[in-house]
Design a protein around this ligand. Structure first.
Ligand code: ADP
Ligand code: MG
Ligand code: ZN
Length: 475
């Protein structure tokens, strides 16, 4: 029996503001516990929250990037629950009237475009952090994170496979990073995801009962956990059982999900509008101001690379994977105008180098200018393709320009026939057997002769010239 998985994702992105959402405390990570706190984020009686406008700016940008409608009026609400990391006994969030609704994100699955609906985006505050003592039966609480701004992005149940879920998340993260509003780091917790998963018999239209899976802290685990959850639900279905609506915890070490708690319904949280905060009004001026500050977004940039530069979609996708990488590509292209050559060098040699050294593009030891310089030398036959690889490595090690390295090491390609001629003669004279076989019809041996000449010249001879000379002399 065939089943169709149905997946909807709730994403929490920590926003990169300097201060918290309702007070002036710093959001900086790594400070000693409870040093970034004040009466507001500690939830002391009598204090009043003041909304940080930057949080609204950032959320509007994300809403525009995901084609949402920015609501002219939205509200903050109290979500009430008890937990030791929540000093007020409620979290300020948005509930009935979120700031943005009805958007979408287009993702690419095996060359096929898939539109994932975005139900809503809203703003809320983060909770504190419990630190459990490994030796004694006590827990401590650090409230530095309390009140750090979060943006929650809720998708429609439009996702149909674990891979598509991963792709949707990657795309969301890329947009957040392009906008410069979140680090989008899953391992560090600045980008968190809960996955809602259900299955239905193939062809059915009514969705099955969903479970919500938590504790997904890497892309790999999101996909694994969803995969596991689909298999678990199938088994229940085939055994004639019924999936229970509940919250489940992903256990990365065991590779399974376990029941955590029954699913709360909204009424369990006794939501109500926060009387301490005015309704939030966003006018067209505010929206347009945010729109004017937005960079070109990854999908648009990718399309432009395909239409303007004629790059294959796979290349365009890699190059636009981060704003910094795309900028690097364009800087290089401004000085060496062959897009496919630049793309190949960036995706091959450069990314390989950065990967091996654990560096990101911002810290590349080879600048776009130096790479363009190298490509010019290669393009004008000053150096051979083989030498270019050596020069590239030397550039990475020394930071010198390609021209300087070629000059210092005497790597200029030799195209002068009078310099190559004696070497060709020596190679021919030194390999009488091969010469005979070549003349007897084994034309494949040409590669061998070229290789010998290249070896003798330490890679500096122009292979095109060598080829021509050998052909003439071998007949
Ligand atoms: P809650 O807070 O109760 O989890 P939300 O509205 O915040 O509710 O999130 C619900 C999420 O569950 C959305 O991402 C939605 O797409 C998804 N979802 C709803 N119904 C199903 C279903 N039958 N199967 C899978 N996902 C679902
Ligand atoms: Mg939920
Ligand atoms: Zn504070």
């Amino acid at each position: 029996m065939e089943f169709t998985p149905v997946i909807g994702l709730e994403v929490h992105a920590q926003l990169k503001t300097l201060t918290k959402i309702f007070c002036g405390c710093s959001t900086a990570f790594g400070a000693p516990p409870n040093t970034h706190t004040c009466p507001v984020c500690l939830g002391m009686p009598g204090v009043l929250p003041v909304l940080n406008k930057k949080v609204v700016d950032y959320t509007i940008k994300m809403a525009l990037a995901t084609h949402c409608t920015v609501q002219p009026e939205s509200r903050f609400a109290r979500k009430n629950y008890f937990y030791p990391d929540l000093p007020k006994g409620y979290q300020i969030s948005q509930y009935e009237l979120p700031i943005a609704t009805d958007g979408h994100l287009d993702i690419d699955i095996d060359g096929q475009a898939l539109r994932i609906g975005i139900t809503r985006i809203h703003m809320e505050e983060d909770a504190g952090k419990l630190i459990h003592d490994p030796d004694r039966p006590i827990s401590r609480v650090d409230l530095n994170r309390t009140g750090v701004p979060l943006m929650e992005i809720v998708s429609e149940p439009d996702i149909r496979s674990p891979g598509a879920a991963g792709e949707y998340l990657r795309q969301l993260r890329t947009i957040l990073r392009y906008l410069g509003i979140s680090d989008g780091n899953m391992e560090e917790g600045s980008f968190r995801c809960d996955a809602n998963v259900s299955i239905m018999p193939a062809g059915a239209t009514a969705f099955g009962t969903r479970t919500e899976v938590k504790n997904l802290n890497s892309f790999k685990h999101v996909e694994k956990a969803i995969y596991y959850e689909i298999a678990r639900q199938k088994e229940i279905f085939l055994d004639g059982g019924q999936v229970v609506q509940e919250t489940r915890l992903w256990q990365p070490d065991q590779g399974r999900t376990v029941s955590m708690r029954g699913k709360e319904d909204a009424h369990d949280y006794r939501y109500f509008p926060d009387p301490d905060l005015l309704p939030l009004e966003v006018d067209t001026d505010w929206i347009e101001r945010m729109r004017s500050q937005m960079p070109e977004l990854p999908n648009d940039r990718k399309t432009r690379y395909m239409t303007d530069y004629g790059l294959p979609s796979a290349d365009a996708r890699v190059l636009t994977g981060s704003r910094e990488l795309a900028d690097y590509f364009e800087d290089c292209l401004a000085q060496f105008t062959q897009p496919k050559t630049v793309a190949n060098w960036i995706m091959g040699d450069l990314l390989g180098l950065l990967n091996a050294r654990g560096l990101d593009i911002d810290h590349s030891p080879v600048t776009p200018e130096s790479l363009a310089g190298l490509l010019k030398l290669l393009d004008t036959d000053v150096i051979s393709g083989k030498i270019a690889k050596t020069v590239f490595e030397a550039m990475a090690d020394t930071g010198k320009s390609a021209a300087t390295i070629v000059e210092e090491k005497g790597l200029v390609q030799v195209s002068d026939t009078s310099a190559i001629d004696p070497i060709v003669d020596t190679v021919i004279a030194g390999h009488p057997d091969e010469v005979e076989r070549y003349r007897g019809g084994q034309k494949k041996l040409m590669g061998f002769f070229v290789g010998q000449v290249m070896k003798e010249t330490k890679g500096k001879a122009n292979p095109k010239v060598v080829n021509k000379m050998l052909r003439k002399k071998l007949g």
